[in-house]
Design a protein around this ligand. Structure first.
Ligand SMILES: Cc1cc2nc3c(=O)[nH]c(=O)nc-3n(C[C@H](O)[C@H](O)[C@H](O)COP(=O)(O)O)c2cc1C
Length: 149
């Protein structure tokens, strides 16, 4: 199964995590990594497994670069039935009320369009001592990539 890793970032941490996840998954799968800011919703293919790696900005908002992708989703409302995805979210627990909302918004939007989330919903905490690349790598090793339909 092809794996498409989509990252949404403001300062680059989510891209580092996305690359770490891709490094793990490419041992067993064909993997492509894209910045959400360069990705067109029409290119979503329900046969691919999608890994959404997304940080949080503002007051629990998506990173600026990810907003056009989600605006396209809201406008076009593609039917994502049959698409499987996993989420690696990034945030900082100092933002108590909005901790890791970016990844949660990704999961909510994809689920609302019929897609199915698999695996553990990761919530990296920038205030924790574990580094995002190492944490993302370990998460990817535990990720149950679905078998092709
Ligand atoms: C201005 C600003 C606002 C932020 N707002 C939130 C927030 O509301 N919730 C949260 O969990 N993290 C928040 N964060 C933390 C970032 O999501 C976190 O540092 C993340 O690792 C950054 O990833 P990136 O470099 O890929 O953008 C904020 C960071 C900044 C600088």
């Amino acid at each position: 199964m092809r794996v498409v890793v989509l990252f949404g970032t403001e300062m680059g941490t989510a891209e580092l995590a996305a690359d770490a996840i891709a490094d793990v998954l490419m041992k067993t799968h064909d993997v492509a990594v894209y910045d959400m800011s360069d990705y067109d919703v029409d290119d979503l293919d329900i046969r691919d497994f999608h890994v959404l790696v997304c940080s949080t900005y503002g007051s629990g908002d998506l990173p600026t670069g990810a907003e056009p992708f989600f605006e396209q989703l809201d406008d076009r409302l593609p039917d994502l039935t049959g698409l499987h995805f996993a989420v690696y979210g990034l945030g900082d627990s100092v933002y108590q009320d909005t901790f890791n909302r970016g990844g949660e918004i990704c999961a909510e939007k994809f689920s609302a369009l019929g897609a199915v989330q698999v695996g553990e919903h990761a919530r990296h905490d920038a205030s924790a001592s574990f580094r995002p690349q190492q944490d993302a790598r370990e998460w990817a090793e535990r990720l149950p990539v679905p078998a092709p339909a």
